[in-house]
Design a protein around this ligand. Structure first.
Ligand code: PBG
Length: 331
């Protein structure tokens, strides 16, 4: 048959396939999310996230060492306080769990980068991401608290602040507060495009942060919308976000691409707890193979346009990269 164009020609050998490969990744772009709980000598497995643990600050070093050895240099920290209250005061307490964890981590792992999640839902007794006014979250009041928490995290040594609350105007408010306190060089990675998603379920078990009533749909986005995602991303860049994020990743690759094409800052994609749980569960049942599924999922996020990938599989991904199973040398 006379065929001039034969796309299969470029797939004929591993060397050729690697040469024309369009998507590459590097361990330096990985961020590992980690839960730190108050107390001592604690390492507890999260039931809905097998292989993920809550560590007390004195034991977090075990996991940080493994990450560093694998080549993962960045961690996103979530604090789980012993006591929660109406205003989430544990979040801005200088002796709070995240502040303690930051001081320990910065002392013991000076070469690693520590990003702090900035939100109130892990700290409030009602589990919502801000200060309540009746049954709703009061946007502008919450901004005052978020600013205060951000400054407290910065003072404890955070290398980057990641607001995940989805309040309007939080990036501008946090930027202003950081600048006023001498942290004008501390970057903000905004959870700009954050959907109200069922895939956060295991995280809420891990952080004990499910809302006591209602849901988060008055602040997190409706997943039927894409134009709105572009509005949120553009707004955050205007307000001073240094990096914007799309979350979740797996069911939202279209938005990763659209945001990548719209903004001129790095784009992060967060592969959330439910995505992790699904792969682990299917692999444990013998229904899929874990390693190729983890690799394929990560490559999708990068192919869609992510510059940074936040994943509970970060350590495995860095090991696969190191072992030549992924990236320029992978199959
Ligand atoms: C805090 C926050 C959540 C996640 C990251 N930051 C929970 C939520 O919004 O309900 C979810 C991460 C995950 O599922 O892995 N607001």
């Amino acid at each position: 048959m006379e065929l001039i164009k034969r796309p299969r020609r470029l797939r004929t050998s591993p060397a050729l396939r690697r040469m024309v490969r369009e998507t590459h990744m590097d361990a330096s772009s990985l961020i590992y999310p980690m839960f730190i709980a108050e107390g001592e000598n604690r390492k507890e497995e999260i039931p809905s996230m097998p292989g993920q643990y809550r560590y007390s600050p004195d034991r977090m070093g075990e996991q940080l060492q493994r990450l560093q050895d694998a080549g993962v240099g960045s961690v996103l920290l979530f604090g789980i306080p012993a006591h929660k209250d109406e205003t989430g005061s544990g979040a801005y307490d200088p002796q709070g769990i995240i502040q303690q964890a930051l001081r320990t981590a910065k002392r013991d792992f000076p070469r690693m980068m520590f990003v702090t999640d900035l939100c109130m839902c892990e700290y409030t007794s009602h589990g919502h991401c801000g200060i309540l006014c009746g049954q709703d979250v009061d946007n502008d009041k919450t901004l005052e608290y978020l600013s205060r928490i951000a400054v407290s995290q910065a003072q404890a040594g955070a290398d980057m602040i990641a607001p995940s609350d989805m309040m309007d105007g939080r990036v501008a408010a946090v930027r202003k507060a950081l600048d006023a306190n001498g942290f004008e060089n501390l970057p903000i990675m905004a959870y700009s495009v954050k959907y109200a998603s069922s895939f956060y379920g295991p995280f809420r078990d891990a952080a004990d942060s499910a809302p006591a009533f209602g849901d988060r749909r008055s602040y997190q986005m409706d997943y039927h919308n894409r134009r709105e995602a572009l509005k949120e991303a553009a707004l955050d860049v205007e307000e001073g976000a240094d990096i914007v994020m799309v979350k979740p990743a797996m069911a939202y690759a279209d938005l990763i691409r659209e945001v990548r094409d719209l903004v001129n800052v790095p784009v992060a994609a967060y592969s959330v707890s439910g995505e992790y749980a699904m792969i682990q569960a299917a692999a444990a049942a013998g229904w899929i193979q874990k390693e190729p599924a983890v690799i394929e999922t990560a490559v999708c996020a990068y192919r869609a346009g992510a510059d940074i990938y936040i994943s509970y599989f970060a350590q495995e991904l860095a090991e696969y990269l190191r072992d030549g199973k992924l990236g320029r040398t992978g199959a």
